[in-house]
Write a protein that binds this ligand. Structure first.
Ligand code: ATP
Length: 308
């Protein structure tokens, strides 16, 4: 039954809250994740990301508020929802004395899968290959590195060809090459229709792969927006020059800020500005439209909240 919410939201929460004593680990969060999103859920250590993910998966009960996953209430509908969701939350549990494929076979067996043995074996092999593990590797999981365990957890999440993947820090423990491989894999899965909701504190990583971001701070969702909207041009031009003073004097009022050798100027056409400055004998080392990085945007959002 494909009964994803009528409004196209794959995950939707209303005032979702989890309290531990006096601590509001998650505080009135309204998440909106649409079908086809790669949603990056950001926040510093302890900001409430894992607790939110656990509530979405029915592993932790909310203190108040509501969560809907694939259009159905969680945790009430978990029996219908969870078979359609792949998840990796915290370090993946595995039997250390068994190989990776034996672990996946056990998982499959508990999933009440009735498909023929050969088909199951092929699916296990595909899932292992997808995450860059060798299906023929007979070594027990206890000999795996942290990165290999993380890959095995991802393979387990992929076994059911889920509509939605909920992943807590999927690049945890991976080397830069592994991070890139997993990013490619997630983008491929997304291109074939899987919605992805992943938590991270790596802003550059999120900036490279997500369509939408949410930022948690102290349990509150302080920002939720399409990445494209956040990263659109600012209407400013950035100039780098060793002669910042003269440059500022020449341009005058449109200069918005000067920081060392970098000026930000309200202007439409970097090429014209460049020609003017060079004509006046100002050495221009770098000039171009200024876009803020996700890091700057998140820091600003966090600072804005501090000032409230
Ligand atoms: P990290 O990036 O470090 O994994 P996080 O954003 O996932 O952090 P959470 O693990 O959700 O954050 O924790 C949010 C807050 O709730 C933290 O202050 C944490 O100590 C607290 N917390 C989480 N689980 C419990 C629990 N079972 N009992 C008490 N406090 C808890």
């Amino acid at each position: 039954m494909k009964d994803t919410a009528m409004d196209g939201h794959v995950i939707r929460t209303r005032a979702l809250t989890k309290r531990y004593g006096d601590l509001r680990a998650v505080d009135a969060v309204d998440l909106r994740v649409r079908a086809g999103d790669v949603y990056g859920f950001l926040g510093a250590n302890g900001s409430g990301k894992t607790t939110t993910l656990r509530m979405l998966l029915g592993l932790v009960l909310p203190t108040s508020g509501e969560a809907e996953v694939l259009g159905m209430p969680m945790p009430a509908a978990r029996r219908s929802v969870l078979p359609r969701v792949g998840s990796l939350v915290e370090s993946a549990a595995a039997y250390p004395h068994l190989s990776g494929s034996a672990n996946l076979a056990l998982l499959d067996a508990t999933g009440a899968d009735r498909s023929p043995r050969l088909a199951r074996r092929a699916r296990i092999g595909t899932a292992l290959e997808q995450v860059g593990l060798d299906p023929a590797d007979r070594r027990p999981v206890r000999t795996y590195s942290l990165g290999m365990r993380q890959r095995l957890g991802l393979a387990a999440a992929l076994m059911r060809r889920p509509e939605l993947l909920i992943l807590d820090e999927p690049s945890n423990g991976l080397d830069p090459h592994g991070v890139q491989e997993i990013r490619q894999l997630l983008l491929q899965l997304n291109a074939s229709g899987t919605t992805i909701f992943l938590s991270s504190h790596l802003l550059a990583e999120i900036e490279q792969m997500c369509t939408r971001v949410g930022v948690l701070r102290g349990g509150r969702l302080i920002l939720q927006e399409q990445l494209e909207t956040l990263l659109r041009p600012t209407g400013l031009v950035a100039i780098r020059t060793p002669d910042a003073d003269r440059c500022q004097a020449l341009i005058g009022a449109p200069v918005v800020s000067v920081e060392g050798d970098r000026l930000l100027v309200r202007a439409k056409d970097p090429a014209r500005l460049n020609a003017y400055l060079v004509g006046e004998g100002v050495p221009v080392e770098e000039i171009g439209s200024y876009r803020r990085s996700l890091e700057e945007i998140v820091l600003e959002a966090e600072a804005g909240r501090d000032h409230r």
